[in-house]
Design a protein around this ligand. Structure first.
Ligand code: HEM
Length: 511
């Protein structure tokens, strides 16, 4: 081909250079005018124009990176925004941060809005899962499929598995204290609770304890921490992530993936059938309805999601409960008194059963108050308006608006919780109804996307906390208490060091 001829022909057929420049200029001015007009309209005339906001947010959405999302302190920024601007704050032309209890209920439960685009960024290897899917149809199907593994009847059958793991954890602490009978043993209770929760979810959901308690170190606990921090970075930098991955799906953490793949393969190869989450996931592949069949990647994602959602949340909540009790010795004393009133159901292993603990008002009060002040969803629950709607009967919210539900702010609001900043388990006791507002309490979320594992979490948290407090005296270490003030939120709430040590002594009063 004669390229010179082609170029000449093209050049001849083009308008002259001057005309091109004029068209370019007109297009640039047109686009710029459109953008400026749209920004001015959003800021001063649009449906959300009168919502209070930082000045910048009138025109542009405040990025999560600029709010310290990768460093885990975005929750503190959100708290400051709601404190400063009120219960509805504009974070961008179509982004709202809300903290009023009635509005939260409307968005999460009554309107039951779709999850926000942030959840897409939590996909790994290109597959969604029950927790992160935004597709309501897919969510409904998955929830129906998985619900039997969380029925109350089935949960009762899991108690023995929880107790077996808990027994190992207690033996571990006992072993450590036996080495230091006088001065007591330094125990990293945060890590130990993580290992305990991991082994429990392994046993209950995947049919096999991971035996992480027996080893002093297990790479999966640190990998979960890394995965959650990485996920926060991705959420803060969605465009950079796309650029770095060349638009390909983000890979799953290889250590977690290998660990989970081994558990899944072990089940498949053993040919054993067990009534648990893993079996439910595997059985979907035989389902008559092709829509219900999960691919291998989807099963892996679902399993990893349960591994993380079912361990970190519980162990960190228990870790915070221990920290709060050490900060408030009167609460520790009251809890010990309540628990000391019980005999162990299993005298040999010195373990309680759940029926004994379900009715303990102070134990539940401590856990509720811990979740009020240190909630798993501290950085908010994100939703998006699928259609126009009116918020609290007064604010027209257009379709496409993102709503960040700042449930933490509601849980720390003086109007709902007198003396909100102070840890007062007493507010949960009968007779103190004016000191609590259950309508402003969302530790497990509400609506169709509420926590499927809530009852399982309660059973485990009661058993673990009651047994630990009954069997050991825990003494705080000044430096550890200081460092535990560094609270962070990387998808779930945690402490910066991901480690918290105490001195443990066996209790004299224990049976
Ligand atoms: C103290 C313990 C726990 C807390 C505080 C907690 C909290 C939450 C919250 C706030 C949500 C709602 C998220 C949203 O609306 O965007 C949620 C959802 C979820 N949680 Fe939990 N969780 C806990 C334990 C567990 C456990 C033990 C499991 C599983 C074994 C679990 C599995 C899930 C799943 C699968 C969802 C998604 C449900 C759906 O979208 O249908 N969680 N959790």
């Amino acid at each position: 081909m004669d390229y010179q001829k082609v170029v000449d022909r093209l050049t001849r057929s083009m308008p002259d250079r001057g005309k091109l420049e004029a068209i370019g200029k007109a297009a640039t001015i047109g686009i710029a005018t459109y953008i400026v007009t749209k920004k001015l309209y959003d800021a001063y005339l649009g449906p959300l124009y009168h919502v209070p906001s930082p000045f910048y947010a009138k025109f542009f959405t405040i990025s999560k990176a600029s709010l310290n999302k990768p460093f885990g302190t975005i929750y503190a920024k959100y708290m400051t925004f709601n404190d400063k601007y009120g219960s509805v704050v504009k974070l961008g032309p179509s982004s709202l941060l809300i903290s009023d209890k009635t509005m939260l209920k409307q968005v999460l439960q009554q309107e039951d809005l779709e999850k926000g685009p942030m959840y897409d960024l939590l996909q790994r290897d290109g597959a969604a899962s029950l927790l992160i899917t935004r597709d309501k149809g897919m969510h409904k199907r998955l929830r129906l499929l998985i619900s039997p593994a969380f029925s109350l009847e089935y949960l009762d059958s899991l108690e023995e598995h929880i107790l077996n793991v808990l027994n190992n954890t207690m033996l571990k602490i006992e072993g450590l204290t036996a080495e230091h009978p006088q001065e007591g043993a330094d125990v990293d209770i945060w890590k130990l609770l993580q290992h305990n929760a991991l082994d429990i979810i392994g046993d209950c959901a995947f049919g096999k304890s991971f035996d992480t308690i027996k080893s002093d170190y297990h790479p999966v606990t640190d990998s979960i921490m890394m995965e959650l921090r990485w996920a926060s970075w991705i959420i803060a930098h969605p465009f950079l992530t796309k650029l770095l991955t060349l638009g390909q799906p983000v890979n799953m953490n290889p250590i977690i993936k290998e660990f989970m793949a081994n558990s899944i393969n072990a089940r498949i190869q053993s040919g054993e059938r067990r009534n648990d989450i893993l079996q439910i996931l595997l059985d979907t592949q035989e389902s008559k309805d092709p829509e219900d069949r999960l691919s291998d990647i989807a099963i892996m994602n679902e399993a990893v999601m349960f591994l993380i959602a079912g361990s970190e949340t519980i162990s960190n909540t228990l870790g915070f409960a221990v920290i709060e009790l050490l900060r408030h010795p009167h609460a520790m004393k009251k809890l010990q008194e309540e628990i000391d009133g019980l005999d162990f159901a299993d005298q040999n292993r010195q373990l309680f059963c759940h029926t004994q603990l379900k009715q303990l008002p102070y134990l539940d009060a401590v856990l509720n108050e811990t979740m009020r002040i240190n909630p798993v969803p501290a950085a908010g629950l994100e939703r998006v308006a699928e259609k126009d709607f009116t918020l609290a009967g007064k604010l027209h919210v257009p379709k496409g608006t993102e709503l960040i539900c700042n449930v933490y702010h509601a849980q720390m609001d003086e109007n709902y919780w007198p003396n909100a900043c102070s840890f007062e388990p007493e507010r949960w006791l009968p007779g103190n109804e004016t000191r609590r507002d259950l309508e402003a309490f969302f530790p497990f979320g509400i609506g169709s996307r509420n926590c499927i594992g809530e009852n399982f979490a309660w059973m485990q948290m009661r058993l673990v906390l009651a047994t630990l407090i009954r069997r050991f005296d825990l003494t705080p270490l000044a430096m550890e208490m200081e460092q535990a003030k560094e609270v962070r939120h990387f998808i779930t709430i945690t402490i910066l060091n991901n480690s918290f040590s105490v001195v443990a002594h066996p209790r004299q009063q224990a049976n």
